[in-house]
Ligand binder design. Structure first.
Ligand SMILES: *Cc1c(COP(=O)(O)O)cnc(C)c1O
Length: 349
């Protein structure tokens, strides 16, 4: 069996950094498998059913990645250009999926910067919404896509409900990129189903905070998922004995999801400690992500990451002047203590 344990080696750059634990591998190795393209993989079927139930949706399909899940969702919702997807100007489906919406769905994106705070509100949506009013200069808005959490910030359920209500008035669907909806649910105390109820389709990632090596789930109505399966095949995402991967997903729901509250506590503790050293939080720290501005800190960021690297901590995460630190289930209290003590030590020299 592949070894996943080595000397202390903490990766705080992303929650995709996790490696399957020996226990997860064990689960994968013991999975009952079949041909999923024929619908005959019992473990995939079990995972899809389990997640659909958690979301309160009639059906779900297991796919290779959240990018695939979101892009299949958009393609399944849209089918008649010219049309527009309305989403956050920094939404993953718009910025970080290689322009997939234009490529796969021939749709334009209207990227919307929220007027206040990190998340879209119904006022933002109303302001940028393109009516289907016969004006053939325009590409009407035919889908609203939300992201929850957005960079670790939980989207308030009231805002989601108001956007849902508006979308209903306009007769258009809402998709939620809930790659980290697991985190949102843990942080807010609302169930996955409370969120999913407000949207037509939802993506959940298994390879972020859930710690799986591969996988995402797309859920929606029976009819929607039937069509999504068709697109999954078209995208080259029909897979065979995928139960080995679905087993990791089932393991993560039972054994990793319950540790997420602890990860959020550790994130808050790390953010508070760094804030005392002058690292200013840019977004509220509500789940597992810290975004900070290092410009007025008492410690030089480059020097700090160099020191931490010597201790087996990889925190080299500056993007355009902003630091993004992400915690997950393979970060422990010892790592948080170490980062804070090394950082504090540097202020004393
Ligand atoms: C990471 C991420 C994705 C894409 O996930 P992959 O599995 O890497 O394709 C989509 N949406 C959000 C919000 C993400 O954070």
């Amino acid at each position: 069996m592949a070894s996943t344990k080595s000397a202390p080696n903490w990766d705080l750059r992303t929650d995709t950094a996790t490696k399957p634990s020996p226990e997860m591998f064990q689960h994968m190795a013991q999975a009952e498998v079949g041909n999923d393209v024929f619908g005959e993989d019992p473990t995939v079927n079990k995972l899809e059913k389990r997640v659909a139930e958690l979301l309160g949706k009639p059906a779900a399909v297991f796919v290779a990645s959240s990018t695939m899940s979101n892009q299949i969702a958009v393609r399944t919702h849209l089918r008649n250009p010219p049309e527009t997807v309305l989403c956050h100007s920094h939404a993953h489906i718009y910025r970080h999926e290689a322009g997939g919406i234009s490529f796969h769905s021939q749709a334009m994106v209207v990227p919307v910067t929220p007027a206040n705070g990190p998340n879209l509100t119904v006022d933002d949506v109303k302001r940028e919404f393109i009516e289907d009013d016969g004006d053939f200069h325009c590409a009407p808005t035919r889908l609203i896509a939300l992201e929850n959490t957005f960079t670790g910030v939980v989207m308030p359920i009231e805002d989601i409900r108001e956007i849902r209500k508006f979308a209903n008035e306009k007769g258009i669907p809402v998709h939620m990129d809930g790659a980290r909806l697991w985190n949102a649910s843990v942080a807010s105390g609302l169930s996955l189903a409370d969120y999913a109820k407000e949207v037509d389709s939802v993506n959940l990632c298994l390879s972020k905070g859930m710690g799986c090596p591969v996988g995402a789930i797309l859920a929606g109505s029976e009819e929607f998922i039937q069509k999504a399966r068709h697109y999954r095949k078209l995208f080259g995402g029909g897979w065979r004995q995928a139960g080995v991967l679905a087993a990791a997903g089932l393991f993560s729901i039972d054994h990793i999801w319950p540790t997420m509250a602890k990860t959020h506590e550790q994130t808050k503790r790390l953010a508070d400690g760094l804030s005392e050293l002058g690292f200013k939080p840019i977004l509220p720290v509500e789940t597992n992500i810290i975004l900070i501005d290092p410009s007025e800190a008492k410690v030089d960021w480059g020097e700090l990451t160099k020191q931490l690297a010597k201790h087996g901590v990889n925190m080299d995460t500056v993007y355009g002047g902003t630091i993004r630190i992400v915690l997950h289930n393979q970060i422990d209290d010892a790592c948080v203590d170490l980062v804070l003590s090394v950082a504090k030590g540097m202020t004393e020299n």
